[in-house]
Design a protein around this ligand. Sequence first.
Ligand code: SAM
Length: 210
Amino acid sequence: MPPAHRRDLADDAAFDELLPIYLQHKSSIHFTPVDVARHAARLLAPEPGMSVLDVGAGAGKFCLAAALAMPSVQFVGAEWRPHLVRFATRIAHESGQANARFVAVDALALDWSRYDAFYFYNPFAEQLFDPKVALDRTIDLEAANFVRYVTAVRQRLACARLGTRVVTYHGLGAPLPPGYERTRADAIGTDRVELWIKTQASTGAAESGR
Ligand SMILES: C[S@@+](CC[C@H](N)C(=O)[O-])C[C@H]1O[C@@H](n2cnc3c(N)ncnc32)[C@H](O)[C@@H]1O
C-alpha cells in the first residue's frame, strides 16, 4: 500500500488506494464519500476547538477527510475492528493529520460527555446485512445486536447536554430521542445528510425503556 499524503484524503479513489484490496471493494458501500464528510464536518463543528466522535469509524475515512477540511476541530473515531483502526492510524500519521485519532473500542464503552457532536453513518445496519455484504467476517452479526445498539445510542443521546449536534448519513437506524430538532436535511449523493441539535432536555424515562 502506498504511503498516505494529504491530497489522498480529499479524493475517494485516492483514499481507497491506501487500503488493502478487499476493503477497496467495500469502500463505496461502507465508508463516507469525501464530499459528504466535508459537508457533515461543517455541520457538526461550526466553532473551532469542538470535538466530534465518529461512532463506528471504519478505516477512518470520515474522520480523516473531515479533519483535513476542519483543522481546528478534533475528530475521534471509535471502531471495534482493531485492524481497521490500524489502517486509519497509519493513514493519519503518514499524512500528518494530527486532529484525527482512532480508538479500538466498542463505541458504547466510551464516555460520550467529552464530545460536542456525533457522526453516524448507520453503523449498526451491518448487523442486519447478508454476511456477503458485511465489511468482513471478523465480528458476529445478529439482528438482536442492531436493536440493542440503537437503543443504547438513543439513551446516550437522550442524556447528552443541550446544544449537542448529531449528523447522520443514511440515518442512525431509528429516530433521534425527544429533545432533538432536525435543523438541516441536505441531499448529497445517494442519500440525505441530516443535522440534529439538542434543543430541549429529554424526559429520560421514555428513553431508558421504563
Ligand atoms: C458504515 S461503516 C462507517 C465507517 C465510517 N464512519 C465512515 O463513514 O467512513 C460502520 C462502522 O461501524 C463499526 N461499528 C459498528 N458497531 C460498532 C460499535 N458498537 N463500536 C465500534 N464500532 C462499531 C463497524 O465495524 C464499521 O466499521
